[in-house]
Design a protein around this ligand. Structure first.
Ligand code: ADP
Ligand code: MG
Length: 361
């Protein structure tokens, strides 16, 4: 695999076409958030998101309700994003939208809207793969107020994308050339957090709560099984089962076991999930000789993952890139930056494009 990677580092610092100002309007509607963003030559001018509260009482996203909420939100959300950017519809150069993967009804709202805009304004259309956009969120200029040092990863780099639906190690060779070199065989890392949280009686989504309780806990108190999976792939279903059996056994002996040990259980669980993720990421970096590493996706908000990722990179003399939280979870800024690089690569699509729930790379 090593030989296939082009080692020269691609300069992304001045990619606009001969001084032209390129303005992209981006729309993201793959799951339960309706989002729109505007970027100018790769700089994010606005990034607006309408979260859907309607799902909370169901303990997970209800696809039909998500589609309906997108229908209500899409026009005002795009309007706000344009207003905040100080840009009018006539000024935009292209419309980027999430084409795949995601909930099909949700994707259809965003893609239908983007196609209608493209047709009525006579502006080019750019189809964006949601998972590739999570990776390219790391190319959004990351200034110190957002926690970054202003630097961007240089190609080729690795990205560990961890969300509620995906767990992938992606080898990014250029903004338009990426491949998945490791992924989960069953549950995603976010699901491992959320399903374990459910077993602990915590509400959905439980990931942030496990993070919160773990702050006070001892990560070495309980030892949860580490799956033995080949190559760079992951598995989290065995961990979930081992937690279930562990809790059944302990609560039989002491019905108050969870309440009395919540912080230690959360810390031990979080420690195991993070160690599974980083072990494979380290293996991938060593195998491919890559020194610029990124994380992305909702789970990259996890404080232990962020700290241990940074530590691992420091110890190995690798450079760690962690996007600001607002660009980690689903957002339209990442669709805008991907749209911008696709614009530069002349990678447009026509109106016959259709949304797709699943999509290969
Ligand atoms: P998706 O797009 O696949 O729905 P997101 O990128 O929106 O996923 O991320 C949501 C996931 O991130 C949920 O599983 C949630 O529990 C998890 N998550 C968010 N914050 C944290 C955190 N601090 N610690 C662990 N998991 C978290
Ligand atoms: Mg996502």
């Amino acid at each position: 695999m090593n030989n296939e990677i082009k080692k020269e580092q691609i300069d992304l610092s001045s990619p606009s076409l001969s001084g032209q100002q390129i303005i992209i309007l981006a729309i993201e509607s793959s799951c339960d958030d309706t989002a729109a963003a505007v970027c100018l030559n790769g700089k994010i001018l606005s990034n607006f998101i309408a979260n859907q509260k309607v799902h909370e009482k169901y303990g997970g996203v209800v696809p039909e309700l998500a589609s309906r909420a997108h229908m209500q939100n899409i026009v005002p959300v795009v309007d706000v994003a344009l207003q905040q950017a100080g840009i009018t519809l006539n000024e935009i150069d292209a419309i980027a939208f999430t084409q795949a993967p995601g909930l099909i009804g949700s994707l259809l709202v965003g893609s239908g809207f983007a196609k209608s805009l493209s047709l009525s304004l006579n502006k080019p259309l750019i189809a964006v793969h949601h998972m590739q956009a999570h990776v390219l969120a790391n190319l959004i200029p990351n200034t110190p107020p957002n926690g970054g040092d202003g630097g961007k990863p240089l190609f080729p780099f690795l990205c560990l994308t961890v969300s509620g639906g995906h767990t992938q190690i992606v080898l990014a060779e250029s903004p338009t050339k990426m491949k998945v070199i490791g992924e989960t065989l069953d549950d995603a890392a976010g699901e491992a957090f959320d399903k374990s949280a459910k077993l602990l009686g915590l509400p959905y989504p439980g990931g942030p709560l496990i993070d919160k309780y773990a702050q006070e806990g001892n990560p070495k108190r309980f030892s949860f099984a580490e799956p033995q999976i080949d190559a760079l792939d992951f598995s989290f279903s065995g961990l979930k089962t081992s937690i279930l059996y562990f809790l059944q056994k302990e609560t039989k002996a002491d019905p108050q076991f969870i309440q009395n040990n919540l912080a230690d259980i959360c810390a031990s669980l979080q420690f195991r999930i993070v160690s599974i993720l980083l072990k494979k990421l380290k293996k991938a970096a060593l195998q491919n000789g890559i020194k610029h590493l990124c994380i992305a996706g909702g789970v990259s908000a996890n404080s232990e993952l962020r700290a241990s990722f940074q530590k691992m990179c420091d110890e190995n003399d690798w450079k760690a890139f962690i996007p600001p939280f607002e660009f980690c979870t689903d957002n339209a800024a990442m669709i805008a930056i991907t749209g911008y690089y696709k614009y530069l690569a002349n990678d447009f699509t026509d109106l016959s494009v259709s949304a797709s729930a699943r999509a290969g790379w």
